[in-house]
Design a protein around this ligand. Structure first.
Ligand SMILES: Nc1ncnc2c1ncn2[C@@H]1O[C@H](COP(=O)(O)OP(=O)(O)OP(=O)(O)O)[C@@H](O)[C@H]1O
Ligand SMILES: [Mg+2]
Length: 264
C-alpha cells in the first residue's frame, strides 16, 4: 500500500497536487468543495477516485481538465501550472453529450475541429479509435441510432482523439445497466493498455474502482480531501474472473469500510 498522497516511488508524477483547495462563492455564502488535497499521479497510471456524493470529485476532475480553477494550494500537470484549459486532458462525462445532428465520426472529431479543419490523419486517428472500441461500422450513424453503452464508447473516443496525456472519466457508466457496465469496464482496461494514457476514473462503484485501477483514492465527505489510498496489485490485464477472487473481495471490503454507516 502506498501512503496517502503519494505516487509510486521512482516515477516523476504527471499530476502533482499539493494542498489543493477549492471554494465556490455562492449567493448564500462560500462552499468549500476541496481542502488540502495532496495527490500525485504517475505517467501511465490508472487511478480511481471514490467518495461520498458532494465531496468534490467532479470539482477535482474539472480542475485537472482546466475547466475550474483551484483557490488554494498548488497543482501541476506535466510540470505546467493548472488553472487554464490545457488541451492535455480529455474528459468523459456521465452522459455521453454527443451532438445529435453530427454522425459518430464527426462527434469523435469534434475536439479537433474546434481547433482546425480535420485532416486525413485526424480522420484516420478517429476511425482507429472507433475500431478499438468495436464501432468502426457505426462511423456514419447518428448518436440517436446507438445504445447508451455505444454512445459512451464514442465519448471515450472523442476524449482521446486529440491524444491528451490524461483521460478523465466522471462516472462514465453510472447510467448503464450492470451487464453493459461490466463489458465496458473490460473495454476501458483494454483502451488504457493500448493507448498508454494516464487515467483518472470517478465512480460510485467500489468493484468498478478495484477492477480498473492500479490505485484507489478514497475521499472524505465535503470538504473533500484524500483519506486513504489503496494499491491494487493485479497487474495491467484485468478479466472479469478477477472479481470472484478473495483478494478482490478483501480490497473492496477495505475501501467499503470508509463508507459504512455506524449503527446507533
Ligand atoms: N459551480 C458551482 N458553484 C457552486 N457550488 C458548486 C459548484 N459546483 C459544485 N459545487 C459544490 O461543491 C461541492 C462539490 O461538488 P462536486 O460536484 O464536485 O461533488 P461530487 O463529489 O462530484 O458529487 P457527486 O458524487 O454527487 O457527483 C458540492 O457541495 C456542490 O454543491
Ligand atoms: Mg460528481
Amino acid at each position: 500500500m502506498t501512503a496517502a498522497g503519494t505516487a509510486p516511488e521512482g516515477t516523476a508524477p504527471l499530476v502533482d497536487l499539493r494542498g489543493l483547495g477549492k471554494v465556490y462563492p455562492t449567493r448564500t455564502g462560500d462552499v468549500t468543495a476541496l481542502t488540502g488535497v495532496d495527490l500525485q499521479i504517475a505517467d501511465g497510471e490508472f487511478v480511481a477516485v471514490v467518495g461520498p456524493s458532494g465531496c468534490g470529485k467532479t470539482t477535482l476532475l474539472k480542475i485537472l481538465a482546466g475547466l475550474e480553477q483551484h483557490t488554494a494550494g498548488h497543482g501541476t500537470l506535466h510540470g505546467t501550472d493548472l488553472g487554464r484549459p490545457s488541451g492535455d486532458a480529455g474528459m468523459v462525462f456521465q452522459k455521453a453529450t454527443l451532438l445529435p445532428w453530427l454522425d459518430v465520426l464527426a462527434n469523435v472529431l469534434l475536439p479537433v475541429t474546434l481547433d482546425h479543419r480535420a485532416t486525413a490523419a485526424d480522420r484516420e486517428k478517429a476511425l482507429g479509435l472507433l475500431r478499438m472500441v468495436g464501432l468502426e461500422d457505426f462511423a456514419t450513424k447518428r448518436p440517436g441510432e446507438l445504445s447508451g453503452g455505444m454512445q459512451q464508447r464514442v465519448a471515450i473516443c472523442r476524449a482521446l482523439v486529440h491524444d491528451p496525456s490524461l483521460l478523465l472519466m466522471d462516472e462514465p457508466f453510472g447510467a448503464l445497466d450492470a451487464m453493459t457496465r461490466d463489458a465496458l469496464n473490460v473495454e476501458v482496461n483494454r483502451v488504457w493498455r493500448e493507448t498508454h494514457k494516464t487515467a483518472v476514473l470517478i465512480t460510485h462503484s467500489i468493484p468498478e474502482a478495484v477492477f480498473l485501477a492500479e490505485r484507489v483514492v478514497v475521499m472524505s465527505p465535503r470538504p473533500g480531501r484524500v483519506v486513504d489510498e489503496v494499491a491494487i496489485p493485479f497487474g495491467t490485464v484485468r478479466t472479469p474472473d478477477l472479481m470472484g477472487t478473495p483478494e478482490f473481495g478483501a480490497l473492496s471490503a477495505r475501501i467499503r469500510r470508509h463508507f459504512e454507516v455506524k449503527a446507533a
